[in-house]
Write a protein that binds this ligand. Structure first.
Ligand code: NDP
Length: 254
């Protein structure tokens, strides 16, 4: 477990956008950010899931969250542009963006990877994250200090048999993060990845159906690093791929 003791008002005054906010890690991150004082913009594919997160945020904090339904698989450049315009009408800038939405695709050897699913995984995990980032960068660059966070994976750093398109997409995610962090190294924008590690969500259950979910961490367990990257405690940290579940206890500021 990471030794990070966030203050209760850690994120107050910040406006944070989370993709994949309807379920799994993204849902938990949105709720956690709200609990620590942030205003939330929730992006996801399923309206009722976003509404339920928004209701929970309102119960917790008394503040309502903004909801935008966006399907990263099918959204056009025009839709991304309109989304950014509509956010800009309500918010002068964004203090942070967490890309948590992701698609697993089919776990199988490359020789059997279905071509259609391969393209879908690339579209959601890589192209969608790129297109959304591109339209949101102007809003991030207007913030006094902004944090852009991508979600990586262990198989995005070391290839593993049968993880196919998903693994390749996470290598691309690491690359996108590194390029952006270089491009903005002299700006107020920092760009990093988080590798959540094995976490109890429906994606993990599909990836490892024989694993006992009770033996792995929950999304709530890994929230310290998610708070850290969005808070001013991580100012000037950029180009880093953080592990939410490091193999050994380490000080995350190192
Ligand atoms: P979940 O499947 O629980 O959640 C994924 C979220 O992404 C869902 O809210 C889903 O929406 C959304 N999503 C999927 N496809 C699209 C799309 N086309 N457009 C918009 N949103 C979409 O997964 P996790 O919470 O486990 O995963 C979160 C991130 O963490 C992912 O990037 C994943 O790759 C990564 N990760 C997870 C690990 C784990 O062990 N859980 C380990 C390493 C990395 P909806 O609810 O509507 O389906």
């Amino acid at each position: 477990m990471l030794h990070y003791q966030p203050k209760q008002d850690l994120l107050s005054g910040k406006t944070l956008l989370v993709t994949g906010a309807g379920d799994g890690i993204g849902r938990e991150a949105a709720l956690t950010y709200a609990r620590f004082g942030a205003s939330l913009i929730l992006i996801g594919r399923t309206l009722h899931k976003l509404q339920s997160v928004s209701q929970e945020i309102e119960q917790l904090t008394g503040k309502s969250a903004d909801i935008y339904v966006l399907d990263l698989l099918t959204a056009t450049h025009q839709e991304y542009t309109e989304l950014a315009q509509s956010i800009a009408q309500k918010h002068a800038y964004l203090d942070g963006v967490l890309h948590s939405a992701g698609l697993l695709g089919v776990v199988s050897p490359i020789i059997e990877q279905p071509v259609v699913e391969w393209h879908e995984v690339m579209q959601v995990n890589v192209n969608g994250a790129f297109m959304l980032t591109q339209v949101l960068l102007p809003l991030l660059l207007k913030a006094p200090n902004a944090s852009l966070v991508f979600t990586s994976s262990s198989v995005g750093k070391q290839g593993r048999a049968e993880w196919g398109a998903y693994s390749v997409s996470k290598f691309a995610t690491e690359g996108l993060m590194q390029i952006l962090s270089e491009e903005y190294k002299n700006s107020s924008l920092r760009v990093n990845c988080i590798n959540p590690g094995r976490t109890r969500t429906s994606m993990r259950a599909s990836a490892a159906p024989n694993e006992d979910p009770m033996t792995i961490k929950t999304p709530a367990d890994i929230m310290p690093i998610y708070l850290y990257v969005m808070s001013d405690d991580s100012l000037r940290k950029t180009g880093i791929s953080f592990d939410a579940q490091p193999a050994r206890n380490v000080n995350i500021t190192e």
